[in-house]
Design a protein around this ligand. Sequence first.
Ligand code: NAP
Ligand code: ZN
Ligand code: ZN
Length: 346
Amino acid sequence: MTTVAAYAAPAAKAPLERTTIERRPVGEFDVLIDIKFAGICHSDIHQAREGWGEAIFPMVPGHEIAGVVSEVGPGVTRHQVGDRVGVGCLVDSCRECDNCKAGLEQYCTGGNVGTYNAVGKDGEVTYGGYSEKVVVDENFVVRVPDGLSLDVAAPLLCAGITTYSPLKHWNAGPGKKVAVIGFGGLGHMAVKIAHALGAEVTVLSQSLRKQDDGLKLGADHYYATSDPKTFEELRGTFDLIISTVSAPLDFGAFLALLRADGALVNVGAPEEPISLNLFSVIAGRKTLAGSSIGGIRETQEMLDFCAEHGFGAEIELISASEINEAYERVLNSDVRYRFVIDTATI
Ligand code: NAP
Ligand code: ZN
Ligand code: ZN
């Protein structure tokens, strides 16, 4: 066992504080990673505050991990000491179910293991990226391409793949009108990726506060959802809408912005249920769907895609002592556009 420094929430809703945790010895197929950067996802906040239900404390959040391999087990073939690597939301899965076999580990029916707030196959609680080091099975570690700095690559491990996967699955590309609801961590990545895929991109944000950034990062249009005229003007417009909103939303109003046969794909994970008048999907044969992160293979594909197109996330680099303040800013939709912790400050 190795003792490493980390930032943890000692209890639900309690501020995060510096502590130490134990990392398991490097097993045959394990990789030891010196974590350099860890992104702050809104999911970290939902879980640290038990917004999604009962959680495990103390909790070391963080599933947007970028670092350098410092040791490998004897059976490891995919990574070497010195490699620049990333770890996302999953550190294990059953590897045998149809979804695992198809590279869809996020939909594993045999039980996958979250990077934190979960229990591994060894019976130990998992701890995430707000720490100095982590030990992960090589199959759940991806390569960060040379062209990408580790700090801007970290958020791709969740925000990047969570938006890339549905954009690809629902065929965002040339000739397609794609809207993104919410311009935060996931939202700004959705805009960059949809633009790089060749789609015509519209941001639907609560206000026009971040319009300049939106247009700079690849949006063709930017609208405020606080303005009722937006919903009149854009009625029946989009082939695909991705909602990245962390709070309950009036999905009926947004479904009206789809053209017939369009799809609204929700990736936001609000703490409260929504209610929906089903006529919003009946009229126009519309799809309301959801999507969860992405598999390991697709995560690598997404990293390669971002490197090829020359972009990572837009980040605000913070020290570990600023995590609690950063959480408040994320809750106030005041993030531009992902907080990333410099783990050297832990
Ligand atoms: P974020 O950075 O806080 O972005 C969410 C954005 O939603 C905000 O920036 C804001 O954008 C908008 N928003 C917030 N509150 C709103 C409200 N009450 N009404 C309307 N819009 C509101 O969060 P994130 O890290 O991108 O995560 C977004 C959500 O996705 C979270 O619920 C998270 O847990 C979830 N998530 C899901 C997956 C998955 O696999 N499906 C993966 C990662 C995260 P504007 O200021 O532009 O309006
Ligand atoms: Zn996340
Ligand atoms: Zn499985």
